[in-house]
Design a protein around this ligand. Structure first.
Ligand SMILES: CC(C)(COP(=O)(O)OP(=O)(O)OC[C@H]1O[C@@H](n2cnc3c(N)ncnc32)[C@H](O)[C@@H]1OP(=O)(O)O)[C@@H](O)C(=O)NCCC(=O)NCCS
Length: 256
């Protein structure tokens, strides 16, 4: 597989940077479909143009008929640790999920970052979406050091089911031993590893949010309190274990 080709288990998609009006328009449309966002919640074409211009990027995955079926965009960023990329929206059309495309898109982003001399990528994810958490922590090897309560303020009920927009911030150290090991198909865990702290939550918080909104808000508030307490002690979210009804985040000491 050369750069730009997805290693998809079933479909062959081509990955490419998007610059044309047609490609950027497709990106805006797909964001709405994948996330159920309203017009004012999506990244508009004019902001995508700026991302391309200032060292960020808009990456698309295209099916054999050249229809965009997956996407990722990012900004160049800078903090005390140095330069990094800040990812904004990653999405794959529902019928193309679980075929390796999301992973292929992130690997292409990693390749482009390293080519540009950037060794770290960050983004946020909702800790209640355990599938994303598993993908980020266990399949990509990212870690999370920060929990941000109600990060995006209020979003449409389509997107957030009435819950606050709490987010964990993923940090992906592209050249770390942990990431290299995970991407090579290994595990980042030691043989017996329960973490120094754990945060457990039920798998069905989203269904609960529709049927028993108060109960779901209670779960979110407890999860928020526990993460904030553990992270304030210097622990880092390094993994997640999925059970039949619940998921358990593992927190540990971590230095990249
Ligand atoms: C998150 C998303 C981009 C992943 O794309 P994808 O093409 O499905 O991802 P992949 O097929 O490459 O990998 C899926 C991985 O997710 C995890 N996964 C898939 N199904 C899962 C499930 N039912 N439960 C737990 N984890 C699951 C696995 O880690 C899987 O990797 P594996 O097959 O090696 O075990 C896609 O699900 C999506 O667009 N979701 C909606 C938008 C969104 O939430 N974006 C992310 C914001 S951070």
């Amino acid at each position: 597989m050369g750069p730009g080709k997805s290693p998809g288990k079933k479909i062959a998609c081509t990955l490419r940077l998007c610059r044309t009006h047609r490609e950027l328009e497709a990106f805006v449309r797909l964001q709405k479909r994948v996330f159920g966002l309203t017009d004012h919640e999506t990244y508009p074409e004019r902001s995508l143009v700026v991302m391309n211009k200032i060292g960020g990027a808009v990456l698309g995955a295209f099916d054999p008929k050249d229809r965009m079926v997956g996407f990722l965009n990012w900004l160049p960023a800078w903090d005390r640790e140095g330069r990094y990329f800040y990812s904004l929206a990653l999405g794959v059309l529902a019928r193309h999920r679980d075929q390796g495309l999301g992973r292929a898109i992130k690997l292409e982003q990693r390749r482009l970052a390293l080519k540009a001399g950037v060794e770290r990528i960050q983004w946020t994810f909702d800790p209640l979406w355990v599938k994303n958490a598993f993908f980020n922590l266990e399949r990509l090897g990212a870690v999370a050091r920060q929990y941000i309560p109600n990060h995006h303020g209020e979003l449409s009920p389509n997107t957030q089911a009435g819950l606050a927009t709490d987010r964990l911030e993923a940090v992906w150290y592209l050249r770390s031993g942990r990431v290299k090991k995970v991407l090579a198909g290994g595990s980042h865990r030691r043989a017996v590893h329960a973490g120094k702290a754990q945060v457990t939550l039920p798998l069905d918080v989203w269904r609960m949010a529709n049927e028993h909104p108060r109960r779901a808000r209670g779960v979110q508030q407890r999860v928020r309190r526990e993460f904030l307490r553990h992270l304030s002690r210097g622990l880092v979210v390094t993994g997640i274990q999925l059970g039949t009804d619940s998921a358990t985040y593992l927190l540990d000491r971590y230095q990249p």
